[in-house]
Design a protein around this ligand. Structure first.
Ligand SMILES: Cc1cc2nc3c(=O)[nH]c(=O)nc-3n(C[C@H](O)[C@H](O)[C@H](O)COP(=O)(O)OP(=O)(O)OC[C@H]3O[C@@H](n4cnc5c(N)ncnc54)[C@H](O)[C@@H]3O)c2cc1C
Length: 251
């Protein structure tokens, strides 16, 4: 029987299948590493929200109201004594859940990095267009060196993040472990995305604050990328541990 609560399910309401990582008894000795006692269960459910259980014991209370990322629903999930058939274990073997999820997270981090590149690229395009339309002090603002410097920094960040994201994706595609590269790409692309969006917002002056301009929406989209698939602090922990593995001094 499955019991527990999980916040932040992307498509939690509209989905028909949920992969749930659970602690399971794998006969490990007391004090053994917890990641060896985790299993991914697949729960089939009907789409929907509200207090009506979508399968006996499973409740999706409702959509979480968010500042951005509105194209998908995001929910909580409550499991109370949920029974599922014994064969609904991902991969058919229990105790492999942690490794399965980490494999997925490596792809997910490249995915978030790619989204960061897309949002940053669009913010840059909006900024360089607006800078050639708006005039102050008798010239286009793109002719002010302060604005040109911003545009230069923005374009450099977009290009650097893109290169790192593609490198991490290629490594995964080739079947190699890419946790270091995925962590670096996710960290860099999401931080640069936030900075490029902020600079584009500043270039727009007061209009950046108006919902009539697309940059207002991008300003609300960028923060999610700092958090999803692990925060900057978590990426830096992963990067740091991997670096110490790769550069360990000989005993
Ligand atoms: C819109 C949205 C959709 C999401 N979709 C999904 C989904 O589909 N599936 C899913 O599983 N999750 C999903 N998430 C969850 C998301 O992955 C987490 O919110 C994210 O990983 C951060 O975890 P947390 O919210 O528990 O923050 P916390 O872990 O509580 O972190 C809070 C702060 O503490 C810091 N911190 C935490 N631990 C450490 C540490 N050891 N050292 C230093 N600093 C630390 C963090 O960096 C952060 O600044 C989604 C989140 C959002 C906002």
């Amino acid at each position: 029987m499955l019991n527990g609560q999980k916040m932040w399910l992307t498509n939690g309401g509209s989905s028909t299948l949920v992969a749930v990582l659970c602690r399971t008894d794998e006969g490990q000795p007391e004090g053994a590493a917890p990641h060896k006692s985790m299993t991914t269960f697949l729960i089939e459910k009907t789409p929907g929200f509200g207090l009506n259980e979508t399968v006996p014991g499973l409740t999706i209370p409702g959509k979480i109201e968010k500042m951005g990322y509105k194209g998908v629903d995001t929910t909580e999930m409550i499991l109370e004594d949920v029974r599922i058939p014994a064969d609904r274990v991902l991969g058919g073997v229990s105790g492999r859940g942690f490794y399965q999820m980490m494999d997925g997270v490596e792809v997910g981090r490249v995915n978030v990095a790619a989204r960061g590149c897309g949002v940053a690229q669009r913010a840059f395009e909006l900024g360089i267009r607006y800078a050639q339309q708006r005039s102050t002090f008798g010239k286009k603002i793109a002719e002010h060196q302060a604005i040109q410097f911003k545009l230069s920094e923005m374009a450099t960040k977009v290009e650097a993040a893109h290169q790192m994201m593609v490198m991490a994706a290629r490594k995964k595609d080739s079947g190699q472990r890419n946790d270091l590269e995925a962590g670096m790409a996710k960290y860099l692309a999401s931080e640069y995305c936030k900075e490029v969006v902020e600079d584009s917002f500043r270039i727009h002056g007061g209009y950046g604050f108006s919902k009539e301009y697309e940059i207002e929406r991008l300003y609300r989209e960028a923060p999610m990328l700092l958090i999803g698939e692990g925060t900057a602090e978590i990426q830096k922990m992963i990067i740091g541990r991997r670096l110490l593995e790769d550069y360990r001094l000989a005993d």
